[in-house]
Design a protein around this ligand. Structure first.
Ligand SMILES: Cc1ncc(COP(=O)(O)O)c(C=O)c1O
Length: 482
Protein backbone atom coordinates (compact mmCIF):
# COMPACT_ATOMS: atom_id res chain seq x y z
CA UNK A 1 0.00 0.00 0.00
CA UNK A 2 1.39 3.46 -0.90
CA UNK A 3 1.89 5.97 1.92
CA UNK A 4 -0.94 8.12 0.54
CA UNK A 5 -3.34 5.17 0.48
CA UNK A 6 -2.29 4.03 3.94
CA UNK A 7 -2.90 7.54 5.24
CA UNK A 8 -6.36 7.71 3.74
CA UNK A 9 -7.29 4.29 5.23
CA UNK A 10 -6.05 5.52 8.60
CA UNK A 11 -8.04 8.75 8.25
CA UNK A 12 -11.16 6.76 7.41
CA UNK A 13 -10.57 4.54 10.44
CA UNK A 14 -10.18 7.58 12.67
CA UNK A 15 -13.35 9.19 11.30
CA UNK A 16 -15.26 5.90 11.74
CA UNK A 17 -13.92 5.62 15.26
CA UNK A 18 -14.93 9.21 16.19
CA UNK A 19 -18.44 8.62 14.89
CA UNK A 20 -18.69 5.31 16.73
CA UNK A 21 -17.59 6.89 20.01
CA UNK A 22 -20.01 9.77 19.59
CA UNK A 23 -22.93 7.47 18.70
CA UNK A 24 -22.22 5.02 21.48
CA UNK A 25 -21.74 7.72 24.10
CA UNK A 26 -24.95 9.51 23.13
CA UNK A 27 -27.03 6.34 23.05
CA UNK A 28 -25.73 5.20 26.41
CA UNK A 29 -26.04 8.57 28.13
CA UNK A 30 -29.51 9.40 26.83
CA UNK A 31 -31.21 6.04 26.63
CA UNK A 32 -29.39 3.41 28.67
CA UNK A 33 -28.23 5.26 31.74
CA UNK A 34 -31.79 6.13 32.90
CA UNK A 35 -32.74 2.45 32.70
CA UNK A 36 -30.42 1.24 35.46
CA UNK A 37 -29.81 2.30 39.03
CA UNK A 38 -26.68 4.36 39.68
CA UNK A 39 -25.75 1.78 42.32
CA UNK A 40 -25.64 -0.98 39.73
CA UNK A 41 -23.95 1.07 36.97
CA UNK A 42 -21.30 2.55 39.21
CA UNK A 43 -20.87 -0.27 41.71
CA UNK A 44 -17.40 -0.11 43.23
CA UNK A 45 -15.20 -3.07 44.12
CA UNK A 46 -11.99 -3.35 46.11
CA UNK A 47 -8.91 -4.54 44.23
CA UNK A 48 -6.07 -6.49 45.80
CA UNK A 49 -4.21 -3.18 46.14
CA UNK A 50 -6.97 -1.88 48.42
CA UNK A 51 -8.25 0.62 45.85
CA UNK A 52 -11.98 0.98 45.14
CA UNK A 53 -12.82 1.12 41.44
CA UNK A 54 -15.92 0.93 39.28
CA UNK A 55 -16.84 -2.66 38.50
CA UNK A 56 -16.89 -3.59 34.82
CA UNK A 57 -19.36 -6.37 34.15
CA UNK A 58 -18.40 -8.43 31.11
CA UNK A 59 -20.12 -11.59 32.29
CA UNK A 60 -23.51 -10.87 30.83
CA UNK A 61 -23.86 -14.16 28.99
CA UNK A 62 -24.33 -15.67 32.45
CA UNK A 63 -26.88 -13.23 33.78
CA UNK A 64 -27.82 -9.55 33.69
CA UNK A 65 -28.49 -6.69 36.08
CA UNK A 66 -32.20 -5.77 36.28
CA UNK A 67 -33.62 -2.74 34.58
CA UNK A 68 -34.42 -0.18 37.29
CA UNK A 69 -38.06 0.19 36.14
CA UNK A 70 -38.43 -3.60 36.41
CA UNK A 71 -37.14 -3.47 39.96
CA UNK A 72 -39.44 -0.54 40.76
CA UNK A 73 -42.46 -2.18 39.19
CA UNK A 74 -41.94 -5.50 40.95
CA UNK A 75 -41.54 -3.65 44.25
CA UNK A 76 -44.78 -1.79 43.71
CA UNK A 77 -46.59 -4.98 42.67
CA UNK A 78 -45.47 -6.60 45.91
CA UNK A 79 -47.65 -4.11 47.78
CA UNK A 80 -50.71 -5.58 46.06
CA UNK A 81 -49.37 -9.12 45.90
CA UNK A 82 -51.92 -11.90 46.31
CA UNK A 83 -52.52 -15.52 45.33
CA UNK A 84 -52.65 -16.19 41.58
CA UNK A 85 -55.75 -18.01 40.24
CA UNK A 86 -56.94 -18.90 43.72
CA UNK A 87 -58.37 -16.10 45.83
CA UNK A 88 -61.42 -13.86 45.51
CA UNK A 89 -59.83 -10.93 47.26
CA UNK A 90 -58.76 -7.77 45.44
CA UNK A 91 -55.05 -8.43 45.82
CA UNK A 92 -55.53 -11.83 44.31
CA UNK A 93 -57.44 -10.31 41.39
CA UNK A 94 -54.77 -7.67 40.73
CA UNK A 95 -51.89 -10.14 40.77
CA UNK A 96 -53.78 -12.69 38.67
CA UNK A 97 -54.59 -10.05 36.03
CA UNK A 98 -50.97 -8.90 35.81
CA UNK A 99 -49.73 -12.46 35.67
CA UNK A 100 -52.16 -13.51 32.95
CA UNK A 101 -51.54 -10.43 30.84
CA UNK A 102 -47.78 -11.04 30.99
CA UNK A 103 -48.46 -14.09 28.80
CA UNK A 104 -49.94 -11.92 26.04
CA UNK A 105 -46.99 -9.54 26.20
CA UNK A 106 -44.58 -12.46 25.87
CA UNK A 107 -46.59 -13.99 23.01
CA UNK A 108 -46.39 -10.70 21.08
CA UNK A 109 -42.70 -10.26 21.87
CA UNK A 110 -41.77 -13.54 20.17
CA UNK A 111 -44.24 -13.13 17.29
CA UNK A 112 -46.27 -16.11 18.45
CA UNK A 113 -49.76 -16.90 17.21
CA UNK A 114 -52.67 -17.39 19.63
CA UNK A 115 -52.28 -21.13 19.00
CA UNK A 116 -49.33 -21.27 21.35
CA UNK A 117 -49.18 -21.56 25.11
CA UNK A 118 -46.78 -19.43 27.11
CA UNK A 119 -45.57 -21.75 29.84
CA UNK A 120 -43.55 -20.48 32.77
CA UNK A 121 -40.65 -22.30 34.37
CA UNK A 122 -37.87 -21.21 36.66
CA UNK A 123 -35.37 -20.85 33.79
CA UNK A 124 -34.48 -22.18 30.34
CA UNK A 125 -33.10 -25.40 31.82
CA UNK A 126 -36.40 -26.24 33.49
CA UNK A 127 -38.36 -25.26 30.37
CA UNK A 128 -36.29 -27.65 28.23
CA UNK A 129 -36.59 -30.43 30.82
CA UNK A 130 -40.35 -29.98 30.61
CA UNK A 131 -40.35 -30.14 26.83
CA UNK A 132 -38.04 -33.16 26.77
CA UNK A 133 -40.28 -35.05 29.21
CA UNK A 134 -43.32 -34.51 26.99
CA UNK A 135 -41.51 -35.22 23.73
CA UNK A 136 -40.21 -38.52 25.14
CA UNK A 137 -43.80 -39.78 25.22
CA UNK A 138 -43.99 -39.65 21.41
CA UNK A 139 -42.33 -41.98 18.93
CA UNK A 140 -39.27 -40.77 17.04
CA UNK A 141 -35.87 -39.22 17.64
CA UNK A 142 -34.52 -35.81 18.55
CA UNK A 143 -31.85 -34.20 16.37
CA UNK A 144 -29.57 -32.10 18.54
CA UNK A 145 -26.43 -30.22 17.53
CA UNK A 146 -23.00 -30.68 19.11
CA UNK A 147 -22.61 -27.01 20.05
CA UNK A 148 -25.41 -26.96 22.60
CA UNK A 149 -25.23 -25.76 26.17
CA UNK A 150 -25.75 -28.78 28.47
CA UNK A 151 -29.22 -27.42 29.24
CA UNK A 152 -30.29 -28.00 25.64
CA UNK A 153 -28.54 -31.35 25.45
CA UNK A 154 -28.88 -33.37 28.63
CA UNK A 155 -32.68 -33.08 29.06
CA UNK A 156 -33.07 -34.65 25.58
CA UNK A 157 -30.26 -37.18 25.96
CA UNK A 158 -31.44 -38.46 29.31
CA UNK A 159 -35.10 -38.79 28.36
CA UNK A 160 -35.14 -39.75 24.74
CA UNK A 161 -33.36 -41.16 21.73
CA UNK A 162 -31.05 -38.54 20.36
CA UNK A 163 -29.10 -38.19 17.14
CA UNK A 164 -26.24 -35.77 17.43
CA UNK A 165 -25.61 -33.53 14.47
CA UNK A 166 -21.89 -32.70 14.12
CA UNK A 167 -21.20 -29.10 13.16
CA UNK A 168 -18.11 -28.03 11.20
CA UNK A 169 -14.70 -27.68 12.89
CA UNK A 170 -15.47 -24.08 13.88
CA UNK A 171 -18.91 -25.01 15.24
CA UNK A 172 -20.88 -23.59 12.33
CA UNK A 173 -23.81 -25.35 10.74
CA UNK A 174 -23.88 -27.05 7.35
CA UNK A 175 -27.51 -27.10 6.18
CA UNK A 176 -26.82 -29.79 3.60
CA UNK A 177 -25.54 -32.08 6.31
CA UNK A 178 -28.68 -31.47 8.41
CA UNK A 179 -30.87 -32.20 5.41
CA UNK A 180 -28.94 -35.43 4.75
CA UNK A 181 -29.64 -36.62 8.27
CA UNK A 182 -33.32 -35.73 8.04
CA UNK A 183 -33.79 -37.35 4.67
CA UNK A 184 -31.95 -40.52 5.66
CA UNK A 185 -34.52 -41.03 8.45
CA UNK A 186 -37.59 -40.08 6.45
CA UNK A 187 -38.66 -43.54 5.28
CA UNK A 188 -37.72 -45.44 8.40
CA UNK A 189 -40.30 -46.77 10.89
CA UNK A 190 -41.92 -44.00 12.96
CA UNK A 191 -39.73 -44.72 15.98
CA UNK A 192 -36.62 -44.03 13.86
CA UNK A 193 -37.86 -40.86 12.19
CA UNK A 194 -36.78 -37.45 13.47
CA UNK A 195 -39.65 -35.84 15.36
CA UNK A 196 -37.86 -32.73 16.60
CA UNK A 197 -34.81 -30.67 15.69
CA UNK A 198 -33.31 -28.51 18.40
CA UNK A 199 -30.54 -25.95 18.27
CA UNK A 200 -29.39 -22.88 20.09
CA UNK A 201 -30.30 -19.44 18.77
CA UNK A 202 -26.87 -18.14 19.80
CA UNK A 203 -23.91 -19.96 21.26
CA UNK A 204 -22.99 -19.28 24.83
CA UNK A 205 -19.24 -19.35 24.14
CA UNK A 206 -18.87 -17.82 20.69
CA UNK A 207 -22.14 -15.99 20.15
CA UNK A 208 -22.48 -17.82 16.80
CA UNK A 209 -26.05 -17.66 15.50
CA UNK A 210 -27.05 -20.83 13.64
CA UNK A 211 -29.54 -20.14 10.80
CA UNK A 212 -32.53 -21.17 12.90
CA UNK A 213 -35.17 -20.24 10.33
CA UNK A 214 -33.46 -22.24 7.58
CA UNK A 215 -33.12 -25.18 9.95
CA UNK A 216 -36.82 -24.87 10.84
CA UNK A 217 -37.69 -24.99 7.14
CA UNK A 218 -35.68 -28.19 6.76
CA UNK A 219 -37.24 -29.73 9.86
CA UNK A 220 -40.75 -29.00 8.55
CA UNK A 221 -39.91 -30.36 5.11
CA UNK A 222 -39.23 -33.70 6.82
CA UNK A 223 -42.24 -33.54 9.19
CA UNK A 224 -40.23 -32.65 12.25
CA UNK A 225 -40.83 -29.74 14.63
CA UNK A 226 -38.28 -27.08 15.56
CA UNK A 227 -37.24 -26.12 19.09
CA UNK A 228 -34.91 -23.11 19.45
CA UNK A 229 -33.14 -22.37 22.71
CA UNK A 230 -33.06 -18.59 22.35
CA UNK A 231 -31.92 -17.60 25.83
CA UNK A 232 -28.62 -16.18 24.49
CA UNK A 233 -30.33 -14.41 21.59
CA UNK A 234 -33.59 -12.82 22.62
CA UNK A 235 -32.07 -9.99 24.70
CA UNK A 236 -29.84 -8.97 21.77
CA UNK A 237 -31.89 -9.48 18.63
CA UNK A 238 -35.45 -9.95 17.53
CA UNK A 239 -36.69 -13.53 17.78
CA UNK A 240 -39.77 -14.08 15.68
CA UNK A 241 -41.62 -17.41 15.79
CA UNK A 242 -43.35 -16.38 12.50
CA UNK A 243 -46.85 -17.46 11.42
CA UNK A 244 -47.77 -21.09 12.07
CA UNK A 245 -48.14 -21.82 8.36
CA UNK A 246 -44.78 -20.23 7.45
CA UNK A 247 -42.33 -23.04 6.59
CA UNK A 248 -39.61 -21.24 8.58
CA UNK A 249 -41.83 -21.03 11.68
CA UNK A 250 -40.24 -21.84 15.08
CA UNK A 251 -42.54 -24.31 16.82
CA UNK A 252 -40.99 -23.86 20.28
CA UNK A 253 -38.74 -21.28 21.89
CA UNK A 254 -37.36 -21.12 25.43
CA UNK A 255 -35.57 -18.36 27.32
CA UNK A 256 -34.80 -16.99 30.80
CA UNK A 257 -35.79 -13.71 32.47
CA UNK A 258 -32.46 -13.37 34.25
CA UNK A 259 -30.58 -13.08 30.94
CA UNK A 260 -32.84 -10.24 29.78
CA UNK A 261 -32.63 -7.79 32.67
CA UNK A 262 -35.38 -9.45 34.74
CA UNK A 263 -33.64 -11.73 37.27
CA UNK A 264 -36.68 -12.77 39.29
CA UNK A 265 -36.49 -16.54 38.83
CA UNK A 266 -38.70 -17.12 35.80
CA UNK A 267 -38.12 -18.74 32.42
CA UNK A 268 -40.48 -19.22 29.50
CA UNK A 269 -41.33 -21.82 26.92
CA UNK A 270 -43.68 -20.98 24.06
CA UNK A 271 -45.10 -23.83 22.01
CA UNK A 272 -48.24 -25.26 20.40
CA UNK A 273 -51.35 -25.73 22.56
CA UNK A 274 -52.10 -28.88 20.65
CA UNK A 275 -48.78 -30.40 21.71
CA UNK A 276 -49.17 -29.50 25.39
CA UNK A 277 -52.81 -30.55 25.54
CA UNK A 278 -51.82 -33.92 24.06
CA UNK A 279 -50.31 -35.32 27.25
CA UNK A 280 -50.25 -34.80 31.00
CA UNK A 281 -48.31 -31.75 32.09
CA UNK A 282 -44.63 -32.04 32.98
CA UNK A 283 -45.41 -31.31 36.64
CA UNK A 284 -48.73 -31.78 38.36
CA UNK A 285 -50.24 -31.01 41.75
CA UNK A 286 -52.24 -28.19 43.30
CA UNK A 287 -53.69 -25.49 41.11
CA UNK A 288 -53.24 -27.02 37.68
CA UNK A 289 -56.26 -29.25 37.52
CA UNK A 290 -59.94 -28.61 38.29
CA UNK A 291 -61.05 -31.87 39.95
CA UNK A 292 -60.07 -35.35 41.13
CA UNK A 293 -62.81 -37.93 41.68
CA UNK A 294 -63.04 -40.25 44.67
CA UNK A 295 -61.61 -42.96 42.43
CA UNK A 296 -58.63 -40.77 41.60
CA UNK A 297 -59.81 -39.91 38.14
CA UNK A 298 -58.01 -36.70 37.25
CA UNK A 299 -59.95 -34.04 35.38
CA UNK A 300 -57.74 -31.62 33.53
CA UNK A 301 -57.63 -28.11 32.16
CA UNK A 302 -57.06 -27.57 28.46
CA UNK A 303 -55.48 -24.19 29.04
CA UNK A 304 -52.10 -22.84 30.13
CA UNK A 305 -53.22 -23.38 33.72
CA UNK A 306 -52.61 -27.09 33.25
CA UNK A 307 -48.92 -26.19 33.06
CA UNK A 308 -48.83 -23.97 36.14
CA UNK A 309 -48.26 -26.45 38.95
CA UNK A 310 -48.43 -25.02 42.47
CA UNK A 311 -48.33 -21.30 43.19
CA UNK A 312 -46.63 -19.66 40.23
CA UNK A 313 -43.82 -17.13 40.49
CA UNK A 314 -46.02 -14.18 39.54
CA UNK A 315 -43.30 -11.61 40.16
CA UNK A 316 -40.94 -13.39 37.79
CA UNK A 317 -43.52 -13.36 34.99
CA UNK A 318 -44.43 -9.73 35.64
CA UNK A 319 -40.73 -8.78 35.64
CA UNK A 320 -40.24 -10.39 32.22
CA UNK A 321 -43.20 -8.55 30.73
CA UNK A 322 -41.92 -5.24 32.12
CA UNK A 323 -38.43 -5.93 30.72
CA UNK A 324 -40.04 -6.66 27.35
CA UNK A 325 -41.79 -3.30 27.42
CA UNK A 326 -38.42 -1.59 27.95
CA UNK A 327 -36.61 -3.64 25.31
CA UNK A 328 -39.37 -2.88 22.80
CA UNK A 329 -39.25 0.82 23.60
CA UNK A 330 -35.48 0.86 23.08
CA UNK A 331 -35.84 -1.15 19.88
CA UNK A 332 -34.03 -4.41 19.35
CA UNK A 333 -32.29 -3.16 16.16
CA UNK A 334 -30.81 -0.31 18.16
CA UNK A 335 -29.74 -2.61 20.98
CA UNK A 336 -28.13 -4.95 18.46
CA UNK A 337 -26.35 -2.07 16.71
CA UNK A 338 -25.03 -0.59 19.95
CA UNK A 339 -23.80 -3.92 21.29
CA UNK A 340 -22.28 -4.78 17.92
CA UNK A 341 -20.31 -1.52 17.95
CA UNK A 342 -18.94 -2.25 21.41
CA UNK A 343 -18.01 -5.80 20.53
CA UNK A 344 -16.47 -4.92 17.17
CA UNK A 345 -14.41 -2.19 18.84
CA UNK A 346 -13.15 -4.67 21.47
CA UNK A 347 -12.69 -7.59 19.09
CA UNK A 348 -10.53 -5.56 16.68
CA UNK A 349 -8.26 -4.25 19.43
CA UNK A 350 -8.09 -7.48 21.46
CA UNK A 351 -6.80 -9.38 18.44
CA UNK A 352 -3.88 -6.95 18.12
CA UNK A 353 -2.60 -7.52 21.66
CA UNK A 354 0.46 -9.78 21.61
CA UNK A 355 -0.10 -13.37 22.86
CA UNK A 356 -3.89 -13.04 22.75
CA UNK A 357 -5.78 -15.66 20.79
CA UNK A 358 -9.37 -14.80 19.95
CA UNK A 359 -11.38 -17.91 19.16
CA UNK A 360 -13.86 -16.38 16.72
CA UNK A 361 -13.36 -14.85 13.32
CA UNK A 362 -14.61 -11.42 12.36
CA UNK A 363 -17.34 -13.04 10.24
CA UNK A 364 -19.81 -13.36 13.04
CA UNK A 365 -19.16 -10.91 15.80
CA UNK A 366 -21.95 -11.22 18.33
CA UNK A 367 -22.22 -10.38 22.02
CA UNK A 368 -19.46 -12.73 23.11
CA UNK A 369 -15.67 -12.78 22.68
CA UNK A 370 -13.96 -16.03 23.65
CA UNK A 371 -10.17 -15.79 23.97
CA UNK A 372 -7.00 -16.96 25.72
CA UNK A 373 -3.64 -15.44 26.53
CA UNK A 374 -0.74 -17.74 25.62
CA UNK A 375 1.10 -18.99 28.68
CA UNK A 376 -1.81 -18.30 31.04
CA UNK A 377 -4.48 -20.58 32.41
CA UNK A 378 -7.73 -18.81 31.50
CA UNK A 379 -9.02 -19.15 35.07
CA UNK A 380 -5.98 -17.24 36.31
CA UNK A 381 -6.65 -14.43 33.82
CA UNK A 382 -10.26 -14.22 35.05
CA UNK A 383 -9.08 -14.06 38.66
CA UNK A 384 -6.48 -11.37 37.86
CA UNK A 385 -9.09 -9.32 35.99
CA UNK A 386 -11.36 -9.41 39.04
CA UNK A 387 -8.76 -8.92 41.76
CA UNK A 388 -6.54 -6.33 40.10
CA UNK A 389 -8.79 -4.55 37.63
CA UNK A 390 -12.33 -4.91 39.00
CA UNK A 391 -13.49 -6.61 35.79
CA UNK A 392 -15.88 -9.58 35.84
CA UNK A 393 -15.53 -12.14 33.05
CA UNK A 394 -15.81 -15.88 33.25
CA UNK A 395 -13.38 -18.66 32.42
CA UNK A 396 -14.35 -22.29 32.14
CA UNK A 397 -16.02 -24.72 29.78
CA UNK A 398 -19.41 -22.93 29.85
CA UNK A 399 -21.36 -26.22 29.83
CA UNK A 400 -20.49 -26.61 26.14
CA UNK A 401 -17.90 -29.36 26.31
CA UNK A 402 -17.95 -30.45 22.67
CA UNK A 403 -17.82 -26.90 21.30
CA UNK A 404 -14.83 -26.12 23.49
CA UNK A 405 -13.11 -29.36 22.44
CA UNK A 406 -13.57 -28.19 18.84
CA UNK A 407 -12.23 -24.70 19.51
CA UNK A 408 -9.23 -26.11 21.34
CA UNK A 409 -8.59 -29.12 19.09
CA UNK A 410 -8.87 -31.61 21.93
CA UNK A 411 -8.17 -35.10 20.58
CA UNK A 412 -10.20 -38.21 21.44
CA UNK A 413 -7.26 -39.46 23.48
CA UNK A 414 -7.04 -36.23 25.48
CA UNK A 415 -10.83 -36.39 25.98
CA UNK A 416 -10.46 -39.90 27.43
CA UNK A 417 -7.62 -38.80 29.71
CA UNK A 418 -9.64 -35.84 31.00
CA UNK A 419 -12.63 -38.13 31.62
CA UNK A 420 -10.45 -40.61 33.55
CA UNK A 421 -9.11 -37.76 35.68
CA UNK A 422 -12.62 -36.46 36.34
CA UNK A 423 -13.51 -39.96 37.58
CA UNK A 424 -10.68 -39.55 40.11
CA UNK A 425 -12.07 -36.16 41.17
CA UNK A 426 -9.56 -34.05 39.21
CA UNK A 427 -11.26 -31.38 37.14
CA UNK A 428 -8.33 -29.00 36.63
CA UNK A 429 -7.54 -30.17 33.10
CA UNK A 430 -11.03 -29.78 31.66
CA UNK A 431 -10.45 -27.35 28.77
CA UNK A 432 -11.29 -23.76 29.55
CA UNK A 433 -11.67 -20.54 27.66
CA UNK A 434 -12.10 -16.92 28.77
CA UNK A 435 -15.36 -15.25 27.79
CA UNK A 436 -16.10 -11.57 27.74
CA UNK A 437 -19.81 -11.10 27.14
CA UNK A 438 -21.55 -7.80 26.62
CA UNK A 439 -24.89 -6.23 27.49
CA UNK A 440 -26.60 -3.00 26.64
CA UNK A 441 -25.31 -1.24 29.79
CA UNK A 442 -21.64 -1.70 28.84
CA UNK A 443 -19.78 1.35 27.59
CA UNK A 444 -16.75 2.07 25.42
CA UNK A 445 -14.99 2.99 28.64
CA UNK A 446 -15.65 -0.57 29.90
CA UNK A 447 -14.13 -1.89 26.67
CA UNK A 448 -11.04 0.31 27.13
CA UNK A 449 -10.63 -0.78 30.75
CA UNK A 450 -10.80 -4.39 29.65
CA UNK A 451 -8.38 -3.93 26.72
CA UNK A 452 -5.86 -2.06 28.89
CA UNK A 453 -6.02 -4.79 31.53
CA UNK A 454 -5.50 -7.58 28.99
CA UNK A 455 -2.57 -5.84 27.37
CA UNK A 456 -0.95 -5.26 30.77
CA UNK A 457 -1.49 -8.90 31.82
CA UNK A 458 -0.06 -10.13 28.54
CA UNK A 459 2.93 -7.77 28.76
CA UNK A 460 3.78 -8.63 32.36
CA UNK A 461 3.60 -12.38 31.75
CA UNK A 462 2.47 -15.20 34.01
CA UNK A 463 5.55 -15.16 36.29
CA UNK A 464 4.65 -11.67 37.44
CA UNK A 465 1.36 -12.91 38.88
CA UNK A 466 2.23 -16.40 40.09
CA UNK A 467 3.52 -15.38 43.57
CA UNK A 468 0.18 -13.71 44.33
CA UNK A 469 -2.22 -16.48 43.33
CA UNK A 470 -2.55 -20.16 44.13
CA UNK A 471 -4.22 -22.91 42.14
CA UNK A 472 -6.24 -25.73 43.64
CA UNK A 473 -4.58 -29.01 42.64
CA UNK A 474 -7.87 -30.79 42.03
CA UNK A 475 -10.19 -28.16 40.57
CA UNK A 476 -7.66 -25.83 38.95
CA UNK A 477 -9.43 -22.84 40.47
CA UNK A 478 -7.13 -19.88 41.22
CA UNK A 479 -7.49 -17.66 44.27
CA UNK A 480 -5.60 -14.55 45.25
CA UNK A 481 -3.26 -14.96 48.25
CA UNK A 482 -1.86 -11.44 48.67
C1 LIG B 1 -27.49 -21.30 25.23
C2 LIG B 1 -27.91 -21.55 26.65
N1 LIG B 1 -28.91 -22.39 26.88
C3 LIG B 1 -29.35 -22.63 28.13
C4 LIG B 1 -28.77 -22.02 29.22
C5 LIG B 1 -29.30 -22.29 30.59
O1 LIG B 1 -29.98 -21.15 31.03
P1 LIG B 1 -30.56 -21.08 32.51
O2 LIG B 1 -29.37 -21.15 33.41
O3 LIG B 1 -31.24 -19.77 32.59
O4 LIG B 1 -31.45 -22.23 32.70
C6 LIG B 1 -27.71 -21.14 29.03
C7 LIG B 1 -27.05 -20.49 30.17
O5 LIG B 1 -26.05 -19.84 30.06
C8 LIG B 1 -27.26 -20.89 27.71
O6 LIG B 1 -26.29 -20.04 27.45
Amino acid sequence: MTDVLALSVKQQETAHFRLLVENCDNFWEQEIRPLFTGESLFFKVKTRYGKYIKYVNLDNGATTTPFAPVKGYVDSMLDTYGSVHRGSGQKSIITTQEYDSSRDIIRDFVGSSANNYVIFSKNTTEAINGAATLWAKRPGKILVSDIEHSSNLLPWVTQDQVIQYRTKANGSVDLVEIENILSSHRNLPETEQIKLVTITGASTITGYRPPIYDIAALAHRYNAKMFADVCQLIQHEKVDMRPDDDPTHLDFVAFSGHKMYAPYGTGVMVGPKEFFDGSYPYQIGGGNLPYITRNLEIKRFYTERAHDPGTPNAMGAIAISKAIEIIEALGRERIAKYEHDLVEYTFTRLGRIPNVRVHISGDYIAHVIPFDIDGFDGRLVAEILAQEYGIGVRAGAFCTYEYIRKLKNISDLADEEIAAEVDRGITRNIPTIIRASFAVYNTLEDCDRFLDAISQISRQGVEHYRPHYKQDEMTGVWTVIN
